[in-house]
Every structure is written in structure tokens, then in C-alpha cells.
Design a protein. Sequence first.
Length: 468
Amino acid sequence: MYAAQMTIGGRPVSGGGSFSVLNPANGQIIGSAPNASYEDLDKAVAAAQKAFVSWSRKTDDELQAACLAVTAKMNAHADELATLITLEQGKPLNGLGSRWEMGGAGAWAGYTAGLSLPMKVLQDNAQGRVELYRKPLGVVGSITPWNFPVMIAVWHVLPALRTGNTVVIKPSPLTPLATLRLVELLNEVLPEGVINCVTGDDHLNNLGVAMAAHPGIRKIVFTGSCATGQKVMQSAAITMKRLTLELGGNDAGIVLPDCDPKAIVEGLFWGGFINNGQTCAAMKRLYVHESIHDDVCEHLVAFAKAIPMGDGMSDQSMLGPVQNRMQFEKVAKLVADARKKGELLLGGEAGDGLFFPATLIAGLKNGDALVDQEQFGPALPIIRYSQVEEAITSANDSPNGLGGSVWSRDLEHAKHVAAQMECGSVWINKHGAIQPNAPFGGTKSSGFGVEFAEEGLQEYTSQQVVFA
């Protein structure tokens, strides 16, 4: 059993107690993580504040070199971290699983290390010179979810470090082990206190709420549910924190009538079922034109039947279990309701433990729970439509607006449809393909601020204008 420790001020900390971490594939205990106290959180923030004094004064070249060292350290331990991810999160080690996640984390870290926010000259004439500078905020608090424990940590941490901020990170209590090990590794190449990690089971002490209200933390980066994001925003208001919130999505895909069902089936399936559907920007609703609806359903069923599900440590597995019991029961409840209203094409019956088969249900409409609510699991509703305008209206009929997709052979027509979708990202003939060089964020209830690229980097800074 892996007994992990927190890292505070560059030193290992055990905390006042611990909680168990389970393998969702078999329910066995794979390790333990410390249950931090509020005092531990205060110490982590104090360590980050102390480190900020010197870290924030480093040159741009020095910060870049440090982030490249972080990237190299993480890449050198990629397989160790991937194994921890699979054991605690459940996703397969191979395919679009933990090794793929670590590859993405490395790519994001390396790209972010190469970004920069140089001084901009806004005016330089007889009336004077005006310069715009980007300055670090201070201590950044990162609160990460259980679906991509390392990759999302990298999304939060690397831009903070690159812009001269220091970090206190709190991973999900369901998947803390890989993050604890990641922070331990990064402390081998970073000055003490630059990145600190605290963990808790969220029952004894709710560290996330405490972080959002903590006066020593100047920014919170949170990825998770809309409901929790609202609480973070409320708590952060007391201290006027900066916020980046990447919240829930109920992404819609629209398949136009000119599509070849066979050609798009693989993209449709993985757009909805990547990480077993436990992805904010996964496709959660699929609107298909009536002329090809049945063919799309037929090809999706055939493709899904060929995707093996099992323990993530098995080389044969391409899908793993749902990560936790609460999410499993939510998916099961939504599917049970959908079966009463629509046509079950595949799956639908809960398997052993936390395994839930890939499920496809047709005959549903807006207003049905599986369509309206974010299932965050391996179940996809397929909705028939007759007019494209009808599909666009239905896709936009949601409080969420994270991502969406349009599927068509006609690129210009697809772009025309995409422009009418109310979401932060729209993909054409693919879904969820985020990139480190493109800003990512939601509209409506799906988020506040953006991540990635130069626009995401700016969110970790304040601006200062110098008039000379």
C-alpha cells in the first residue's frame, strides 16, 4: 500500500491522520493520503508566500528554464505517475488512458514553458511613453477533480509558475496519490515553497472552501461541477480573489444530413466516451438528422460493442470503471429513467462493482433527464431532428456552454452552424480536441475565465501601466 505524504515548504508532511484511496476497478485499498488540518493549509500558504518573494523576482528566462526542468522531471517519471493514475482513477493504462494523459500533461507543460508575456509599448510619442507590464498575483490555489488528476494539475500549475506565482494545490480526495507524487517530484527541481500540496477527505475539513476564503491566496483555479464552482465563487468574493473556473458541460454534437455515418462513427464514439464519458468537454448529447439517424445508431452500436471494458491494468481494456460510487449511481439513475422514455440500443444494465457498460439510447428529446443533465459517464442519448435550425435551438437549450461539435462534409456550412452554437469551443468533425495553443473556457454556467495559450497565461497576472 502506497502511504503518500503532503509536501509543504519543500518538506514531507504526514498530517494528523489519513484516509484510504480505493481502486475503482476492484474496490481494494491501494494507498492512503494525509488528512490535512486548517493549520496545515495555513502553513502551506505561508510557505508559498515566503517563496513568492524571490520566485516572483526571477527573470523571464529563469522562469522558463524552471518550467522546462519541471517538464523534464515529470516526463522522466511519466510511467510511474501513469500507473498511479490507473490504480486510483480506473482508466486504462494504455490507449486513451493514463499514459495518454501523461503524454498530454508533458505536451502542455512544455508548450506553456515556452509562452511569455513581454512588456507592451502602448504609446511612444511626443506626449509620452506608456508601457504595459504583466505582474504575478501571489499565491495561487489550485483545486483539481478526479477525472484527469495529473493533466488538470499541469493545466493549473504550469501557467502559475511560468508567470512568477507560487502554488498550493489540493487534489480530489478520490484521486490524490498521483498529484501528491507529482508535487514531491517537482520539489526536486524547484525552490522550497514554490509548490505545496495539501489533501483531505472533505469530511473532516473542507479544504477547498477554506482555500477559496483564505486571505493569503490571491487566485483560485478550480475545475469541477457548476454547483461547487458557485460555492467557490461565493467564498472567494470576500477577499476579491481572481478566479478561473472550468465547470460542467453538457456538450452537444450536431450531425448534418450530408455525413457518411461509417466515416464519422469512431470520432463520435470517442467524442462521447473518452475517459468513459468522465470528461467535462465530452459529447453528452448527440443530435442526428432523421435521414441518417438509424444508420448512425447502427454504426455506433457496432463500434461500441467492439470496445473492451475492464480493469485498467489489463492490456486489453480500452474503457475502465466509473471512478466512484456516487457518480456510478447518478449514471445508473439517468439511464433507468431514459430507458422508460426512449429506445435502448446498447448497454443499460449495471455491471459488477463500478463497471457500467457503454450505453446508447435513442428516442429521447430535450426535457428528458439524460438529455438535460450532465451524466459524466458512459451513456449517450441520440436525438433525432428534421431541421438544422431545430437542432441548433435544442443544442443551445441548456444552462451550460462549454463545448460543442458539428459533423459535415461541407466545411463552410459546418462553420455557419458552429457560429450559432452557444459554447466556448466548437469542433468540426471531431469533439473535445483541446490544444495548449488555443484558449479554452465556457460560456453561461460552464465557466469563468479561460485556460491555455497566451490568454490563459494572462489570467495569472495583474496588469500595471507605467506612464513616462
